[in-house]
Design a protein around this ligand. Structure first.
Ligand SMILES: NC(=O)c1ccc[n+]([C@@H]2O[C@H](COP(=O)([O-])OP(=O)(O)OC[C@H]3O[C@@H](n4cnc5c(N)ncnc54)[C@H](OP(=O)(O)O)[C@@H]3O)[C@@H](O)[C@H]2O)c1
Length: 262
C-alpha cells in the first residue's frame, strides 16, 4: 500500500478550511490544519486540527521534520505576516515544499474614497483631530491602537469580546462573525451614524460588504495596506491551489533551496 502524503495547512481563514476539506477528500492525502488558537470558539474545521504557535521558525521546522510532513501550505490571512515569513523560512531549512494561498486584495473602484495607510497606528492618526464616528472592522488585537485617539466615537466589531475594553470614553461593541452582506452593512453604518471606516484590505467577498456600502454612502475608508509577504509558489483561490496539488502530486513540487546553503 502506498503511504499517504502528509500535508500541514496553516489556517485561520475560511479558505484554509475549504482547502482542507477539498484535499482531505483525496484518499492519498492526510491533512492536518493548524490554528493559532486566537479565536475562543473556532468553527468546526472538518479535518484533524492542531492548535497554538510552533515556537518560531525553528519550532515549525522541527514540527515539519518530526511529523514527516510532505507539503506545507500557508493559507493564513494576508495580514498574518509573521507566520507566513516563518513558514517560508521553515520550509527552506527543513527542505519541505511550500505552497501559499494568496487571496488578492481589493482594488479601489470609481466612487470609493479610500485613504491608504501603512499600519493600524497610521490609521488612528489619519482619522484626524476632529471627533468622528468610526467603525473599526479590525481584529480585537489591533483596536488598542485607537486609545491614542480618544476624541472619536468607536463602533468595534469582533468575533470574540474585546477584553479589556478600550480606554476611550465612547465605544460600542458588537460581536459578529462574517460573512457580511452589503445591505446589512449599510444598515449598520446608518444606524450608528458612522462617518469613517477603518479596514484591512482583506480581499474576498466575505467582508467586502462594508466597502461597497461605504462607496454607496460616499463614506471614507481608511484602508490599512497589506504587509509584505514572502515570495513562494502560490495560487489565488482554493480551486487553483488544489489543482496544483492534483496536477503535480506532492512528490513533484519543487523543494525550496536551503537558505543556509549547506
Ligand atoms: N491578522 C489578521 O488580520 C487575521 C485575520 C483573520 C484570521 N487571522 C488568522 O489568525 C491567526 C493569527 O493571526 P496573526 O496576525 O496574529 O498571525 P501572525 O502575527 O502572523 O503570527 C504570530 C504568531 O502566531 C502563531 N501562528 C499564527 N498563525 C498560526 C497558525 N495558523 N498555526 C499555528 N500558529 C500560528 C505563530 O507563533 P509561533 O511563532 O510560536 O509559531 C506566529 O509567529 C492566523 O492563523 C491567521 O490566519 C488573522
Amino acid at each position: 500500500m502506498v503511504p499517504m502524503k502528509k500535508i500541514l495547512i496553516l489556517g485561520g481563514t475560511t479558505e484554509a478550511r475549504q482547502l482542507a476539506g477539498k484535499l482531505d477528500a483525496r484518499a492519498d492525502l492526510s491533512i492536518t490544519l493548524s490554528l493559532a488558537g486566537r479565536t475562543e470558539s473556532p468553527v468546526a474545521q472538518g479535518v484533524p486540527v492542531r492548535t497554538g504557535g510552533f515556537g518560531g521558525v525553528d519550532g515549525l521546522a522541527a514540527y515539519l521534520r518530526e511529523m514527516a510532513i510532505n507539503l506545507l501550505i500557508d493559507a493564513t490571512h494576508p495580514y498574518a505576516a509573521r507566520i507566513s515569513a516563518n513558514a517560508a523560512s521553515a520550509a527552506r531549512t527543513s527542505g519541505v515544499p511550500i505552497l501559499a494561498l494568496r487571496r488578492p486584495g481589493w482594488e479601489p473602484v470609481e466612487g470609493d474614497r479610500w485613504l491608504e495607510v501603512d499600519s493600524v497606528a497610521g490609521a488612528a492618526k489619519a482619522l484626524g483631530d476632529v471627533p468622528r464616528r468610526v467603525f473599526l472592522a479590525l481584529g480585537r488585537q489591533e483596536v488598542a491602537a485607537f486609545e491614542a485617539t480618544p476624541q472619536h466615537h468607536f463602533l468595534i466589531r469582533s468575533v470574540d469580546p474585546v477584553e479589556p475594553k478600550l480606554a476611550v470614553p465612547n465605544a460600542d461593541y458588537l460581536l459578529a462573525r462574517g460573512p457580511f452582506r452589503e445591505a446589512d452593512e449599510r444598515a449598520l453604518l446608518e444606524k450608528h451614524r458612522i462617518d469613517a471606516i477603518v479596514s484591512k484590505n482583506s480581499g474576498g467577498d466575505a467582508t467586502y460588504g462594508k466597502i461597497a456600502a461605504a462607496r454607496a454612502l460616499g463614506m471614507e475608508v481608511v484602508m490599512v495596506r497589506r504587509p509584505a509577504l514572502p515570495d513562494v509558489p502560490s495560487a489565488e483561490t482554493v480551486e487553483a491551489l488544489a489543482a496544483i496539488v492534483d496536477q503535480f502530486g506532492v512528490d513533484h513540487l519543487v523543494r525550496p533551496v536551503d537558505e543556509r546553503g549547506v
